[in-house]
Design a protein around this ligand. Structure first.
Ligand SMILES: [Zn+2]
Ligand SMILES: [Zn+2]
Ligand SMILES: [Zn+2]
Ligand SMILES: [Zn+2]
Length: 565
């Protein structure tokens, strides 16, 4: 029997299905009290991808880039120090006090155990200092949530890419600029949702195509412009007429192309090679429901941003993959982790971890912070196996009798993710602010923290509007200017590799700062939310991330298949 519950956070109703109860039983936890959307938001509040600060290491005192603003109360070590043997996470250990709330005691350990400055596979980074939630990168800059890439700049979400700029969610791609959602592609510009294609401009949803411009929904085509066929010679001469080196011309083209795409029916979800899935941006997955941006997931529900293969038996799991299994309400876990619950940042062969924040290569831990290579630990104190099991049971009982209640009356017992009060980040520096943007008043109303935007030490020397329109008129010394972003008015610079690529591709310089460019890409993507809508052709009910008021014509899978494939 499915049951209807009321979300503790947003007070709306949500369903718990029979298969959900089964999963909770298997994981030996009570069912959740927050709705799926509030659970996703709550996890994202424990992650800061993009707000980076200058600070000094609390151990070696050297300068470093950090996800923690210097005013935060935590001890923070630079990567070489954090990954060294010059400190011991057990020094922050303390005894469990049964008379006090357990989450309050986790908070105390958080103030003692040193955090890593950036969440990276530090030893696998080559000439890539300004990256976060990343590993195995070479010559990369401002890259978030990516692995195995080389020469990528202003990039997020993806693996195995080379020579890519200003792109989101691309995998196995080489030479790319201004794209969203590509797989196995080469030389792609200003495009979305492409597979196995090359030499493509301003196109959407192509597979097996090359030399196409402004197209949508094509399979195995070449030399097409706005879905019309041309000869090779005609195509090449037409391409020159588009004046791709001019900023004004690119802006006009974008408007024209987006209008054209809207006039053509689109499939209700982005997906490929799946068996029994729902959500959006799902690839090569099986029995995976309510997913958002997921590859290679088997038996999962309510998961997001899973990029590396495989992930199995997981609910409420945000970010990573890489052999994770039996995961419940966790953000950032991967590389052969097993049975991980209610945690943030658990990786590299971790097993049986609950209420952990940054646990690496550890197993059987409960309420531990910044732990490395340890076993049977509670509040960073080590026990023998038997004692550990007994104490764990006692704490779970204690959490039931003496739950944590936050300033808005939300109650946290065992089975609930960490309360926001324990988050390391203010709401508007956390990843939640990208997927669930809220104004200051709403954030404070919810009992969450807000930080005033920092004043940059850089003063703009030039307005973005005053840049040359054509890439051909840009001088080398443009990299010395500080520009004012046309959107947020914040300062930003053009970096030398960026200038090099844009000259090589023949595209104009952008006018927005990297964050506003990311915002623009995120806005083009469908959101992590499903609506009920009817297929525009057959009228069948569909669940889609295209909100009903959106202008696109949306087809169900069958109608789309008949018309376009
Ligand atoms: Zn809710
Ligand atoms: Zn250091
Ligand atoms: Zn901006
Ligand atoms: Zn239909």
């Amino acid at each position: 029997m499915s049951e209807t519950r009321n979300c503790q956070n947003c007070h709306s109703e949500f369903q718990i299905e029979p298969e959900d109860f089964k999963f909770y039983e298997k994981m030996q936890v009570p069912p959740p009290t927050f709705c799926p959307e509030c659970r996703f938001q709550r996890r994202l509040m424990f992650r800061n991808e993009r707000a980076l600060y200058k600070d000094t290491c609390d151990l070696c005192k050297k300068d470093m880039i950090s996800v923690f603003s210097p005013d935060k109360p935590f001890k923070v070590y630079c990567s070489p120090c954090w990954w060294s043997d010059n400190w011991d996470p057990l020094e922050a250990g303390q005894n469990y006090d049964p008379c006090r709330n357990f989450f309050e005691q986790i908070k105390e350990v958080m103030l003692k155990a040193p955090f890593m400055n950036l969440i990276t596979g530090y030893s696998s980074l080559v000439n890539s200092d300004y990256v976060n939630h990343a590993g195995e990168l070479k010559n990369s800059y401002l890259v978030y949530n990516a692995d195995f890439c080389e020469n990528v700049y202003y990039f997020e979400m993806g693996t195995y890419n080379k020579d890519a700029l200003d792109s989101t969610m691309i995998t196995r791609v080489e030479l790319a600029y201004g794209n969203i959602n590509l797989f196995k592609c080469f030389k792609i510009f200003f495009s979305e949702d492409l597979i196995d294609s090359h030499d493509i401009y301003f196109s959407k949803n192509l597979s097996g195509c090359f030399d196409c411009f402004g197209c949508i929904n094509l399979r195995n085509k070449k030399y097409h412009i706005f879905n019309e066929p041309y000869s090779k010679e005609e195509y090449e001469s037409k391409l020159k007429e588009f004046r791709l080196g001019s900023y004004a011309s690119i802006q006009e083209l974008k408007k024209k192309v987006y209008k054209f795409w809207e006039s053509v029916p689109q499939k209700f979800m982005h997906e490929r090679h799946n068996v029994d899935v729902s959500g959006d941006y799902i690839y090569e997955s099986k029995n995976a429901q309510n997913m958002y941006q997921a590859r290679y997931v088997e038996n999962g529900k309510f998961c997001q941003l899973i990029t590396t293969s495989p992930a199995k038996d997981c609910y409420d799991y945000t970010e990573w993959g890489g052999g994770a299994q039996r995961v419940l309400d966790v953000i950032t876990t991967g590389l052969q982790t097993d049975n991980i619950k209610f945690s943030s940042g658990v990786w590299d062969s971790c097993m049986n971890v609950e209420y952990g924040i940054y646990n690496v290569s550890s197993s059987n831990t409960f309420g531990c912070i910044n732990l490395r290579k340890k076993q049977y630990c509670i509040l960073n104190k080590q026990y023998i196996e038997e004692e550990y099991s007994k104490l764990r049971e006692r704490i779970i009982e204690g959490m039931e009798k003496n739950p944590y209640t936050d300033s808005k009356g939300r109650v946290f017992k065992y089975g609930e993710f960490l309360p926001y009060d324990l988050s390391l980040y203010d709401y508007n520096e956390s990843t939640a602010s990208w997927y669930f943007p809220l104004p200051k008043e709403k954030v404070l109303e919810n009992g969450w923290r807000w930080r005033a935007p920092a004043h940059s030490e850089y003063k703009p020397t030039m307005k973005s509007e005053d840049m040359p329109d054509s890439i051909n008129d840009v001088k080398d010394d443009i990299v010395n200017e500080v520009f004012e972003c046309i959107d947020c008015k914040g300062p930003w610079r053009v970096i030398a590799p960026e200038l090099g690529y844009l000259r090589r591709f023949g595209f104009p310089l952008p006018r927005k700062c990297p964050n506003c460019r990311y915002k623009e890409r995120l806005f083009r993507m469908n959101p992590p939310k499903l609506w009920n809508r009817a297929c525009a052709k057959c009228g069948k009910a569909i669940k889609t991330s295209y909100a009903p008021e959106r202008p696109e014509i949306i087809y169900c899978a069958e109608c789309y298949q008949i018309e376009f494939i």
